[in-house]
Design a protein around this ligand. Structure first.
Ligand code: S3P
Length: 441
């Protein structure tokens, strides 16, 4: 694949209907859960991106077979004790933080040791967030200063834990729930709300999970151990991928888009609520239930001169992967937008707060940044006419795709490097843009 893209003109008006590929979080969760089921599971519309192939290759290395073709993906699970692998098997999670964090849970009682590795970006990320709860269960972990490569060996007698999850991280919560599945007794989690796909999948499979709210926290408990049968699953479209097209439409003139069959789980739709507060023209229609998850069509129209936002902190985990796009919208809004307690953005595929700050300054937007807050002085009359080179972003797929949306809506000449990073989550991103009329070389 080409590594550099050149964009020299804005996208013309469009009026279109599109589908985006299957949700990444749900695709990875389906693979991990299907690997633990007894018998064959089948998924339709599974995302075919590098992170998802890393997950399929991981279960394969752990002794679980799969078949994938154009129509569907089949996984031949062998139950909760079905993993078979040699001591010191190497697993490469590639760029996927979700896979790398969640796999700890499934290895809670592994007899042999695995060595978990990842790409350059994943190797810079911190794993203490899952190492400490997994050690409480009794897992044996040896790491290089809480970073990859990490050696993981299970325990014969995992102990259920009570855990306070304070970062609003679905990866930590899900890792604990996967370990709880293989641990006799009751595991409890008190958590700042974050995406709840694992809980919903457990409920869809009728597993013994209980959830309720206490003040603003989620209380979750799970009573292990219970096997479950292979299951079929239809993966809905990814709201995070859709968001690039939502913002493209909002910031383009006289344009409209309908994005069909997108997962609109409440814990993921922060971007829609934020953009609506900013007076963007977005609506959800045809809402229906797919395997315990809500799906809808998203209707978006170009929206002139948006209002700035003082972003409520409850929105943070509900829009955690969409902040780069939200910041771009704020750059075109009339007034100052403010974000607090967003330090988690520094722990993503790249330090997204640092990236956003440099990016917005590069296009002439004034900002104020601290360790965990961000202020953006929007300019609705922003007109770009220089050349903008985008590089050194740790191959963060979302930073890369953001640059395409900025280039196509703000003007100027753009040279975007490392575009192969897009394959992490959204391989047909550029072809969908071209179908809408974008000129990309
Ligand atoms: C994910 C959770 C989020 C998100 C990531 C996917 C998941 O991370 O940023 O892209 O599928 O559980 P955190 O849970 O660490 O916030």
């Amino acid at each position: 694949m080409k590594k550099v893209a050149y964009i020299n003109q804005k996208i013309d008006s469009f009026d279109s209907k599109i589908y985006v590929p299957g949700d990444k979080s749900l695709s990875i969760r389906w693979i991990l859960m299907a690997s633990q089921a007894v018998g064959t599971s089948i998924a339709y519309n599974l995302l075919r991106s590098e992170d998802v192939f890393s997950a399929l290759n991981t279960i394969k290395k752990l002794g679980i077979d799969f078949k994938i073709n154009k129509k569907n993906c089949k996984i031949y699970g062998k139950g909760l004790n079905g993993f078979r692998f040699k001591n010191n098997t190497i697993i490469n999670a590639g760029n996927s933080g979700t896979l790398a964090r969640l796999i700890f849970g499934l290895l809670i009682n592994s007899k042999n040791q695995i060595i978990l590795k990842g790409d350059k970006s994943l190797s810079k990320r911190d794993f203490s967030r899952v190492i400490s709860p997994m050690q409480m269960f009794g897992q044996n972990i040896r790491s290089n200063n809480q970073k990859l490569p990490i050696r993981i060996k299970g325990t014969n007698y995992p102990r259920p834990i009570s855990y306070n999850e304070t970062k609003g991280s679905a990866q930590i919560k899900s890792c604990i729930l996967l370990a709880a599945m293989k641990t006799p007794g009751k595991t409890k989690i008190k958590s700042i709300p974050s995406r709840d796909h694992t809980e919903k999948l457990f409920k869809y499979l009728k597993l013994p999970i209980k959830t309720y709210k206490e003040k603003k926290l989620d209380i979750i408990s799970y009573k292990g151990v219970k096997n479950y049968k292979g299951f079929n699953y239809v993966v809905p479209g990814d709201i995070s991928s859709s968001s690039f097209f939502i913002v493209l439409t909002l910031l383009s003139k006289n344009s409209k888009i309908i994005i069909r069959n997108v997962n609109v789980n409440k814990s993921r739709t922060g971007i829609i609520d934020i953009l609506k507060i900013m007076k963007a023209k977005i609506s959800l229609k045809n809402k229906k239930n797919y395997n315990g998850e809500y799906v809808a069509d998203i209707f978006v129209k170009s929206s002139k001169i948006l209002k700035p936002i003082n972003c409520p902190v409850e929105m943070n985990s509900r829009s955690i992967d969409e902040f780069l796009l939200i910041f771009l919208v704020c750059a075109s809004a009339k007034g100052v937008s403010k974000f607090n307690k967003i330090g988690e953005l520094r722990n993503k595929e790249t330090d997204r707060l640092k990236f956003a700050n440099t990016f917005l300054n590069k296009i002439g937007i004034k900002t104020e940044v601290t360790r965990d807050s961000f202020k953006i002085y929007g300019n609705p009359n922003l007109k770009l006419n220089k050349t903008y080179k985008i590089k050194n972003f740790d191959k963060d797929h979302r930073a890369c795709m953001l640059s395409f949306i900025a280039a196509l809506t703000l003007g100027g000449k753009w040279v975007i490097n490392d575009i192969d990073s897009i394959n992490t989550s959204f391989p047909n991103f550029i072809s969908l843009l071209k179908n809408l009329g974008a000129k990309i070389n």
